[in-house]
Design a protein around this ligand. Structure first.
Ligand code: COA
Ligand code: MG
Length: 287
């Protein structure tokens, strides 16, 4: 089980932010070569990202590089960076169909044995509608990242605090990801001075089934990690269920009652998932 609660984007040409990212308690860092880097700064960004990948990864963060779109003139040089400095995953933006996945593979050459894990941006209407097939096109796909800024631009969906207009796309992508055995990360929250709004959106994302959230700034990290970690209440629920189940299963029961609620084997699987997650989370002391 991989902990992917917090996934921080770092613009590839922002040297100070790259340095800073190594010190943050994020589970994953996305070194961005795409939209946060201007066309004039693409070369500089590749050099800076190579530098960042060469630094000691003391916190054991998962390191992902977001390359430019397959339809851009930059993508081949981006892939050359990845060939020089192995990464945990490549994040592929602006995809629309399974052909994108096949074309991405071609960039590594027919005899390449190097195959980093693949993360997919769900940020076009076509990607949302075709996500199951796209994700199934390559066994290296592990994670789906929602890209809501691009998606709302294309679809004219309005971003509101309750995200009413986005609920279909968010849930459709959760379904497709889970059907493919993948993890899925919600999009970014762009208001940097609205902590209450950010917490609300993280809470909603967790309810919708997301594993974590995309972040753009260090101030979002703690709230996000806390929100996507099992809560005390969830851990209590899980340990009670497992304890009762283990005691009763030996007596041959396949359905038991815990605190007045029916529990079957599937609930025990979920309870064990929560306990396993809690086991790998480092809980900071909060006041
Ligand atoms: N990763 C790591 N460190 C970051 C960071 C990030 N994404 N964003 C800001 N920081 C660091 C700054 O370097 C600064 O460090 P310092 O004080 O130790 O020098 C500190 O956090 C405070 O930054 P602040 O001044 O509040 O932010 P800013 O005004 O410089 O930048 C943004 C604001 C939004 C431009 C910046 O956070 C950013 O570029 N975020 C990522 C955007 C992105 O990648 N978008 C693509 C995906 S949608
Ligand atoms: Mg985008």
């Amino acid at each position: 089980m991989k902990l992917r609660r917090s996934v921080l984007y770092v613009p590839g040409n922002n040297q100070r932010a790259l340095e800073k990212s190594h010190m943050l308690a994020v589970d994953c860092v996305v070194y961005d070569l795409e939209d946060s880097v201007s066309p004039q700064a693409k070369d500089e960004a590749r050099d800076c990202v190579l530098w960042a990948l060469a630094q000691e990864n003391a916190r054991g963060q998962e390191q992902i590089v977001r390359i430019n779109s397959l339809h851009s003139n930059w993508v081949e040089q981006d892939v050359a960076v990845i060939k020089q400095a192995p990464v945990d995953a490549v994040l592929l933006p602006k995809i629309t169909s399974v052909d994108d996945i096949y074309n991405y593979r071609k960039l590594f050459g027919p005899h390449s044995t190097y195959s980093p894990a693949l993360w997919l941006m769900a940020e076009t209407a076509a990607a949302v509608l075709n996500l199951s097939a796209i994700a199934a096109a390559d066994s290296a796909v592990r994670v789906v990242m929602m890209g809501l800024e691009d998606l709302t631009m294309e679809t004219q969906i309005k971003q509101t605090p309750d995200r009413e207009g986005l609920l279909y796309a968010l849930s459709a992508c959760v379904m497709a990801a889970r059907a493919g055995g993948l993890q899925i990360i919600d999009g970014v929250y762009t208001s940097l001075d609205d902590d209450a709004g950010f917490l609300n959106e993280c809470t909603q994302a967790k309810k919708l089934g997301f594993d974590g959230k995309s972040l753009i700034h260090p101030r979002q990290v703690d709230v996000c990690n806390r929100c996507f970690s099992p809560t005390d209440e969830e851990m209590l629920w899980a340990s009670e269920i497992v304890a009762v189940w283990e005691a009763k299963a030996t007596a041959g029961h396949s359905v038991v009652v815990v605190n007045g609620r029916m529990v079957e084997h599937l609930h025990v699987i979920e309870a064990r998932r929560i306990l396993a997650l809690a086991n790998i989370v480092e809980y900071p002391a909060y006041d």
